[in-house]
Design a binder for this molecule. Structure first.
Ligand code: SF4
Length: 414
């Protein structure tokens, strides 16, 4: 496994928790913004922790992709984002031409903030739009409204046209309560109208402990059924492909030249660094999820001063486990070459011949239903049916993996 060239940094702060969100976030309310705001002391203290964690990391080659996500990273001032990027430059260096993405919330920045962020080295923005419908935004617990979103899209488009921004992406949420084909078609048209060159479209998932879970328990959520969900996804694929977008992963659509390079790292089996509360890293094949609260993250950081987690050291490098490779690889348009992936994990011909057919037998029904196809040596989900019902294919991978003998389901050295 080659040394990681990508880093994810988690900024956990949000104004408030959206009603569907179970991420590792710290709601700061209106005290959040600006260096003299009351929330700033909290942010400053966290930035110090981040800098300490990045400085503790073993050295590595210059980074080709950086992704600052959250939370709401755009609650930080451009200068504070600059501090994070500087810490990465100090530890690893950042390649010229690297992709540097920042997640931004439409209610948390203006055009001068955007200009300042670009001058600090951000060159790709992922905008958390979620919906162009004010009533929906209200029900999701979002702070911004349609006019904020349209304004932000205009600033991003202008920066793209001017060449100061390399690309940007718009997030939209689908499969919302009471959503129908007409309403979703209108959302897609608005997404195309604002000229986003990349769209990330996520289906609503009702997570335990959220306001949405509580509403669901009270029978107040009328979510689209499976048939409508498939139709919504088919509509998405059809409309976006006619607009020139390629669906390069289950949730991601890009115009030519605008696919996220950082996303590809996660899906390609390469390693990445991760920093911050709740962040996951896998620099050398083994995943490490950091604690999800500020206090437990601070305690964990203390332990790292005494002895770095083994997963962060090159000596403990392992290949990514085969089940992970398949679960991630099947989400991509190009799918997976099963045998090639197994061999990359150290499986011999005899082990492949004995155990891979057990998985392909499990997939037979999905193939018969047209959800999964095998062509030119690769297995891939069909679009839209297979991608809409991907869980039914992926769950077979999990069951197959669980039933393998222990000596087979192990990870090899790279
Ligand atoms: S802004 Fe994003 S991370 Fe923050 S609470 Fe809302 S959905 Fe979660």
């Amino acid at each position: 496994m080659s040394a990681p060239r990508s880093a994810y940094v988690h900024i956990p702060f949000c104004h408030r928790r959206c009603f569907y969100c179970d991420f590792a976030v710290v709601p700061l309310g209106d005290k959040a913004r600006g260096e003299s705001a009351p929330g700033s002391a909290t942010i400053q203290a966290y930035l110090e922790q981040l800098r300490a964690e990045i400085a503790l990391s073993p050295e590595g080659p210059p980074l080709a992709t950086v992704y600052i996500g959250g939370g709401t990273p755009s609650l930080l001032t451009p200068k504070q984002i600059g501090v994070v990027l500087e810490a990465l430059r100090d530890r690893f260096g950042v390649q010229s031409g690297a992709e540097v993405t920042l997640e931004m919330d439409p209610a948390s920045f203006d055009q001068s903030d955007l200009d300042a962020l670009l001058s600090h080295g951000v060159n790709r923005v992922s905008l958390g739009g979620q919906s162009f419908d004010d009533a929906v935004l209200e029900r999701l617990g979002r702070r911004h409204r349609r006019t904020d979103l349209i304004q932000c899209c205009q600033w991003l488009d202008q920066a793209l046209q001017a060449g100061s921004l390399r690309s940007w992406s718009l997030d939209l949420i689908r499969n919302l309560p009471n959503q129908n084909l007409e309403g979703w078609r209108d959302q897609l048209e608005q997404g195309l109208m604002v000229a986003a060159p990349h769209l990330s479209i996520y289906d609503l998932a009702v997570e335990v402990g959220t306001v949405f879970a509580w509403r669901q328990a009270r029978g107040e959520l009328s979510l689209p059924d499976d048939d409508l969900a498939v139709e919504l996804m088919a509509l998405t694929s059809d409309r976006l492909s006619r607009a020139g977008f390629c669906r390069y992963e289950i949730s991601n659509y890009a115009l030519p030249g605008h696919a996220s390079r950082h996303n590809r790292v996660y899906w390609s089996g390469s390693g990445w660094w991760g920093f911050g509360m709740g962040a996951t890293s896998a620099p050398w094949g083994e995943r490490l999820a950091r604690p999800r609260t500020r206090e437990s993250y601070a305690n964990w950081l203390e332990t790292q001063l005494v002895g770095l987690d083994p997963s962060l050291r090159a000596e403990s490098a392992k290949s990514l486990p085969l089940d992970d490779r398949l679960l991630v690889g099947l989400r991509r348009r190009e799918g997976v070459d099963l045998r090639q992936q197994a061999e990359a994990c150290g499986w011999t011909d005899a082990v492949c011949d004995r155990y891979l057919p057990l998985l392909t037998a499990r997939w037979r029904s999905a193939c018969e239903r047209g959800w999964l196809i095998h062509e030119q040596g690769r297995w891939r989900l069909t679009d839209p049916e297979g991608m809409a019902l991907s869980n039914q294919v992926l769950v077979e991978v999990v069951s197959w993996w669980d039933e393998l003998p222990d000596h087979v389901a192990v990870r090899s050295s790279p």
